[in-house]
Write a protein that binds this ligand. Structure first.
Ligand SMILES: Nc1ncnc2c1ncn2[C@@H]1O[C@H](COP(=O)(O)OP(=O)(O)OP(=O)(O)O)[C@@H](O)[C@H]1O
Length: 229
């Protein structure tokens, strides 16, 4: 069985006829469990469209997306929402925490949304938060956290459902250099220990050292970037 994330010849068109815009042009990529891949490219090159398709938020116009062996390209909306909840961890530019929930409850909410809570869920959430250096912040609310702590809470939340895939859209955008390194280092460690396939969109060149491969997106085409000499 194919595991991780496999995208084959995916194209995405917006609009129709003479207004048709090719946002993605036959994009192929394979990310194995435990691999951390970076995606860079200019504004408007198709990065967000790509992440949305990889994350089952948007359907491709052509091509195939396989996630942990399942071909999700032809799934119904209901099946796609199950895949999003059970298989994928999202991390966004801002941490998108719920303002009125404390740190621990941010993680438990994920479980509540995907069905019912099971024995052990709370202990797992506490363990994750402790691993990410937030053991003393379980009862804190987002407004009481620093930018780095908010992003680390978002990482823990993305790991709560044991995802097979992590998709991170500029997770360091709101952080200073030191915090940015901490956060990406943590994502990288988690990807390796938990054997998750991860893709991170970033504008930040300094974060590329943490990644196994760097891809460049331009005009909807994806290319493997040359390794730095
Ligand atoms: N819903 C949409 N309808 C029509 N065109 C769209 C839509 N979403 C994106 N586009 C167009 O598709 C192209 C790719 O956009 P996309 O947002 O994927 O780029 P990006 O690389 O993520 O850009 P940025 O770095 O600025 O976020 C752009 O030309 C954009 O204008």
């Amino acid at each position: 069985m194919t595991t991780g994330l496999q995208i084959s010849k995916v194209s995405k068109y917006y609009g129709e006829g003479s207004n048709r815009l090719t946002a993605l042009d036959k994009v192929s990529i394979k990310v194995e469990p435990g691999e951390f891949v970076a995606l860079v490219g200019p504004s408007g090159s198709g990065k967000s469209t790509f992440l949305s398709i990889a994350g089952a938020l948007l359907q491709a116009s052509e091509g195939e997306v396989r996630l942990n062996g399942q071909c999700i390209s032809e799934f119904s909306d209901k099946e796609l929402s199950r895949i999003r909840l059970q298989e994928i961890g999202f991390m966004m530019q801002s941490s998108n925490l719920v303002p009125y929930l404390n740190v621990l409850d941010q993680l438990l909410l994920v479980k509540k949304m995907s069905g019912k809570m099971k024995a052990g869920d709370k202990a797992f959430a506490v363990k994750l938060l402790e691993e990410l250096g937030l053991g003393a912040k379980l009862a804190s609310f987002p407004e009481e956290l620093s930018g780095g702590e908010k992003q680390r809470t978002a990482i823990a939340r993305a790991l709560m459902n044991h995802p097979n895939v992590i998709l991170a859209d500029e997770p360091t955008a709101s952080l200073d250099t030191k915090r940015a390194h901490e956060v990406v280092n943590l994502i990288s460690q988690q990807v390796k220990t938990r054997r998750i396939a991860a893709i991170m969109v970033t504008h930040d060149e300094r974060m590329l050292d943490y990644c196994d491969r760097v891809y460049h997106m331009e005009d909807g085409k994806l290319k493997l970037a040359e390794p730095a000499k």
